[in-house]
Ligand binder design. Structure first.
Ligand SMILES: Cc1cc2nc3c(=O)[nH]c(=O)nc-3n(C[C@H](O)[C@H](O)[C@H](O)COP(=O)(O)O)c2cc1C
Length: 185
């Protein structure tokens, strides 16, 4: 690999103590040198409305678009809500999937990570997210899944990912993702 790729790490949680945002911080630490991860949070993102879009991007959306547009690739950190993805993340994806054909997400290689205090590790939410990003023609990293169950036991009170096994899984995914991004560059 000859260059560094910029990655937008989009967290679908607004929570200060979010395990998903914490997973992106751990990813910054564990990623190979060819990936530079910018953590993008979705605070104050307005609800998608085609009437607003017709008038022009709101400032918050313009900022979000520019950060994702500047990235070569995307990692979604996706909380699972009601067996699906969080509305906050879906709403951001709706904005970032516009305009059709020239959207910031369009065609960017992507990976998904997810963390939950529960036992199924966001598997159901991730399956839904795979379907959603299909619309944006994003080549999704196959096979290397990061499904963090029982997150309360794997992160410390400061939000550091301390569980060695989970760190190794995340590191392995990031190494595979670096090759995947390079392949799709
Ligand atoms: C409305 C709601 C629905 C939830 N549904 C699920 C669920 O279906 N599966 C699951 O594993 N956790 C579920 N949870 C628990 C979340 O995984 C938990 O709140 C998690 O900490 C959210 O991610 P975060 O730590 O990044 O904020 C739900 C939480 C809320 C508030």
């Amino acid at each position: 690999m000859t260059r560094t790729y910029r990655v937008a790490g989009i967290s679908g949680s607004l929570r200060k103590g979010s395990y998903n945002t914490a997973t992106l911080r751990a990813a910054q630490e564990l990623a190979p040198g060819s990936l530079d991860i910018d953590i993008v949070t979705l605070d104050d993102t307005p609800l998608f409305n085609e009437d607003v879009e017709a008038v022009g991007w709101p400032d918050r959306i313009q900022d979000l678009r520019e950060r994702v547009q500047a990235a070569d690739a995307v990692i979604f950190a996706a909380p699972e809500y009601n067996y699906s993805i969080a509305g906050v993340l879906k709403n951001a994806i709706d904005w970032l999937s516009r305009p059709e054909g020239d959207a910031p997400l369009n065609g960017k290689p992507a990976a998904i990570v997810g963390a939950t205090p529960a036992f199924v590790g966001t598997a159901r939410g991730q399956a839904h997210l795979r379907q959603v990003v299909f619309y944006n023609a994003m080549p999704l990293l196959p096979t290397a899944e990061v499904l963090i169950a029982r997150a309360g036991e794997r992160f410390d009170d400061e939000g550091q990912l301390t569980d060695e096994e989970t760190r190794a899984v995340l590191k392995d995914m990031l190494e595979k993702f670096a090759a995947w991004v390079d392949r799709h560059a």
